[in-house]
Design a protein around this ligand. Structure first.
Ligand code: ADP
Ligand code: MG
Length: 405
């Protein structure tokens, strides 16, 4: 009887299988649905990530994300450009490797994390970072703490603002303000000295006339006159700096001014072992200005350049059209002794000189002339390597913007 299956049993088994299959079908349908949902989510996630990447990449400010150990995990293109790193080389580096010693105490990861615990986001702070080659970059940095899913500290995100252009403009403004007050002071003093000096010269001449050629005192009188002439030249220089001689605007061919200045200078002995390289724009940049004054300005720069060569080296004189095709950009570069930053700061001040027989007036006069042509001058110098003057000239302002007596 064991081998005769009993009917109700078979029926029960059958319905159990049917039940199982029905469950399985249901289960598979749910699985397919879940899979479709997962695919949809993945696609959404992909789109959201692409959008986020796009936003991060297109922010003009530098963006740096740090993990909980202060290592860089993510940067955008602006940060790479600002810090001069090739694409992909920043992730993995520590925060400290972007910060020079001087900025360290505040910008180590420990210090930053501590500050972010107290305050997040951190307000923008101006500091100095360094790029891949160790050059210092002024930046504004703001930051916020990143939190993990359970609220734990998971790192930070920093936003970097490039302050180089701002700093350059600030320096230019300070320089312009300084020069204009120095100019006024110098012109005032020179004015006051001019009359008594004229008197000294006049009476020295009279005294000379009254002194017989073989009189032993005559030598002293000559000395007085010579020194007075030297004073008068200095005073003239000062007056030029404060108020360059009445300029006359005409169409000026900048190349011609440069060639002319050099043709007067190059006969001098100090030029004999100097290799002069020309790179003049063709056609020549032209502007409305005073050729005589501009010649004087370039002469001063060229003389300094050759003096810095101390005998031998290269002098490069170049011209090109100015920014936006307006005016001219003149570059005068030497491979001479260069100057330390502290000299660079005072370069254009009257009487600043490092030379035994210098007057320190050349560049202050040059500055005044460049200003009259609505120009700017930029100087890059490295001790032992040389100096480059980049003079941008526009056109001279119309008559009378400061044509007082
Ligand atoms: P001076 O030539 O009489 O000293 P300047 O006003 O022409 O006065 O120049 C001021 C100072 O600037 C110089 O004494 C020198 O120290 C520095 N200087 C100017 N041009 C250069 C240059 N090309 N290379 C190095 N130092 C320079
Ligand atoms: Mg000089």
């Amino acid at each position: 009887m064991a081998d005769t299956p009993n009917i109700p049993d078979i029926q029960a088994q059958e319905s159990m299988w049917i039940e199982i299959i029905r469950h399985m079908e249901f289960f598979y349908a749910q699985l397919a649905e879940a899979q479709a949902e997962a695919e949809r989510r993945a696609e959404e996630l992909g789109q959201a990530k692409a959008l986020a990447d796009n936003i991060i990449a297109s922010i003009s400010e530098g963006l740096i994300a740090l993990d909980a150990a202060g290592r860089i995990t993510l940067v955008n293109g602006a940060a790479e450009r600002l810090l001069d790193y090739p694409h992909g080389e920043l992730p993995g580096l520590s925060l400290e490797s972007l910060v020079p010693e001087d900025s360290r105490p505040a910008w180590t990861w420990r210090a930053l994390r501590r500050r972010l615990l107290r305050q997040s986001p951190l307000p923008d702070e101006e500091t100095v970072w360094r790029d891949r080659r160790g050059r210092e970059i002024p930046v504004g940095v703001s930051g916020a703490a990143l939190q993990g899913e359970r609220g734990e500290a998971a790192g930070a995100v920093l936003v970097l603002r490039d302050l180089r252009e701002t700093r350059r403009l600030q320096a230019q403004l300070i320089q312009a303000a300084k020069m204009s007050s120095l100019g006024r002071l110098a012109a005032g003093v020179a004015h006051e000295l001019n009359n008594p000096l004229g008197g000294i010269l006049l009476y020295a001449d009279l005294l000379m006339e009254d002194t017989a050629p073989d009189d032993p005192r005559r030598r002293n009188v000559v000395r007085i006159a010579e020194q007075a002439v030297r004073c008068r030249d200095i005073v003239r220089g000062l007056l030029d700096f404060g108020r360059p001689a009445e300029p006359r605007a005409a169409r000026v061919d900048v190349n011609a001014v440069l060639r002319n200045a050099m043709s007067i200078l190059e006969g001098q002995e100090m030029f004999h072992n100097v290799a002069v390289h020309w790179s003049l724009a063709d056609p020549a940049p032209c502007l409305s200005g005073d050729a005589g004054l501009l010649g004087q300005a370039f002469t001063n720069i060229i003389l300094n350049a050759v003096e810095a060569l101390e005998g031998t080296g290269a002098l490069t004189i170049g011209s090109e059209p100015g920014p936006d095709g307006q005016g001219a950009l003149v570059t005068i570069a030497d491979t001479g002794r260069g100057m330390p930053p502290q000299d660079r700061e005072h370069l254009f001040e009257p009487f600043f000189t490092t030379k035994e027989k210098g007057t320190g007036l050349g560049l202050s006069i040059t500055y005044g002339i460049i200003e009259r042509h609505n120009g700017t001058v930029e100087v890059v110098s490295e001790v032992g390597r040389g100096t480059t003057f980049r003079v941008t000239l526009l056109s001279m302002s119309p008559e009378g913007d400061d044509a007082d007596g």
